[in-house]
Design a protein around this ligand. Structure first.
Ligand SMILES: [Zn+2]
Length: 441
């Protein structure tokens, strides 16, 4: 079976996770775990497999040198829902292989990574390779809904085994092709930091009653002012260590005038911040972002609301905390009688620290990129979405978030969307990357 056929088999398991576990079907998760030894017999013969509950799979590949800290390769085998009635060109759980692509949910996010990590191990084992340091593969089955049963449980298992890793690699940003206008070469975006996450409720109490004799401002009117105030006062933009290093890495390859601007970035910070603020994708790199996403007030047209509530989805820059976000909102909206608090305090995530760009892990990843993606410029990056690595912060100091696939804007648009697919060429590059990365350990 080739790598495309193996990924195709994994896609067929409908491992859709949900925030309500009672809505999940446990059978495809168990079936996927059961299918892995048949797909990767060599890896299953040589590596120790530890199942950590129903949603955590750990593989342990014993290294020769016990004095070296291990490295951990992560991925997740759950996916977001996909409906056959949506306009997919091939059904989302068919795993169809057609025209040089594997189609379906999980082909990009992120069963591809499980397939390619195990394939790389399989081929290295058949060549007789034994790593110097111990390698772990850690696959969670609920990343899309927080990762507690998968990565969270695995992290506890690692702690119980006293595993402190040299570095961890998980899903993240891709080898971007044409994602930015200022560099024409592909950029291997290595996420060295990850934004924090919070859903913040903005709430205004009101005086209920008949809408025929209303006060000057209803609770909903006051709430609207509060939201407008938050939108009018965005968080200040700043260049973090990650973005500074991103600009430094790209400066030699950028077109004019960006080449000069990035080189003189410490003098031209205001110019860069203004330019980055103008586009949502680069704006997200320089500030904590706030998106008003939900609102509710009175249940009926002619009834004054007793309470008006909105939700602001916040993605928090490294160096800012959830508590600081709430304090800032409260200071901004107090004049409207509004208050702010976390909707699900247990689901807020503080931003990560910024990993090293001179560590063993960084150097290995950059060397593997030069083998698998020789044209690409490696650059540190702030990953603006969330990953399972939030559970591994106590296990290692250096976490890298990288998806070894060449992706255009159109490719990225298919993630969590219809027509998610991956080219066979990309699959082969992905295996080459993991092989090169493992081979150096
Ligand atoms: Zn994912």
């Amino acid at each position: 079976m080739n790598i495309a056929e193996k990924l195709s088999s994994l896609v067929k398991f409908r491992t859709v996770s949900s925030f309500r576990p009672e809505e999940e079907d446990e059978k495809p998760f168990a079936a996927l775990i059961e299918a892995l030894p048949g797909l990767y017999p060599g890896a299953h013969a040589a590596l120790e497999r530890i199942l950590v509950g129903p949603r955590g799979i750990v593989y342990r590949w014993q290294g020769k040198n016990p004095s070296l800290k291990p490295a951990i390769f992560c991925a997740h085998f759950d996916v977001v829902p996909a409906s056959e009635s949506d306009p997919w060109d091939e059904p989302p759980f068919s795993g169809t292989i057609r025209d040089g692509f594997v189609w379906g949910r999980g082909t990009q996010d992120i069963k591809v990574q499980i397939a390619c990590i195990l394939e790389a191990a399989e081929t290295l084992l058949s060549a007789g390779f034994v790593p110097e340091r111990t390698l772990y593969f850690a696959f969670g089955g609920d990343e899309e809904v927080g990762g507690r049963r998968g990565a969270g449980a695995i992290s506890k298992w690692f702690s119980g085994q006293n595993v402190h890793a040299s570095w961890v690699i998980d899903e993240g940003s891709p080898v971007g092709q044409g994602l930015v206008g200022f560099v024409h070469k592909p950029i291997a975006l290595i996420g060295i930091a990850e934004k924090g996450y919070a859903d913040i409720v903005i709430e205004v109490p009101g005086q209920g009653g008949h809408a025929s004799m209303p006060p000057r401002n209803t609770a909903l009117g006051a709430l609207s002012h509060a939201i407008a105030r938050i939108e009018d006062k965005p968080f200040p933009a700043r260049i973090t260590k990650t973005t500074d290093e991103f600009l430094a890495a790209l400066a030699p390859h950028a077109v004019s005038p960006y080449k000069q601007i990035f080189s003189l970035r410490h003098l031209l910070t205001p110019v860069i911040l203004k330019a980055f603020s103008a586009t949502p994708s680069t704006n997200a790199m320089v500030r904590t972002t706030c998106a008003a996403t939900m609102a509710q007030a009175s249940p009926k047209e002619n009834v004054l609301p007793n309470l008006a509530q909105a939700v602001i989805n916040v993605r928090i820059m490294p160096g800012t905390t959830v508590a600081q976000v709430i304090d800032r909102f409260n200071a901004l909206i107090a004049p409207y009688g509004a208050k702010a608090y976390a909707k699900f305090p247990e689901h807020t995530v503080e931003p990560s620290t910024e990993s090293s760009t001179s560590s063993e892990g960084w150097n290995s990843i950059v060397a593997a990129i030069s083998e698998a993606f020789p044209d690409a410029i490696p650059a540190p990056f702030l990953f603006t979405a969330g990953t399972d690595t939030k559970h591994y912060r106590g296990i290692t100091d250096d976490i890298y978030r990288f998806q070894p696939l060449v992706q255009t804007q159109a490719d990225l648009a298919a993630v969590h969307n219809v027509n998610e697919k991956v080219s066979v060429e990309n699959l082969e590059r992905c295996v080459r990357f993991y092989r090169a990365l493992m081979n150096q350990q």
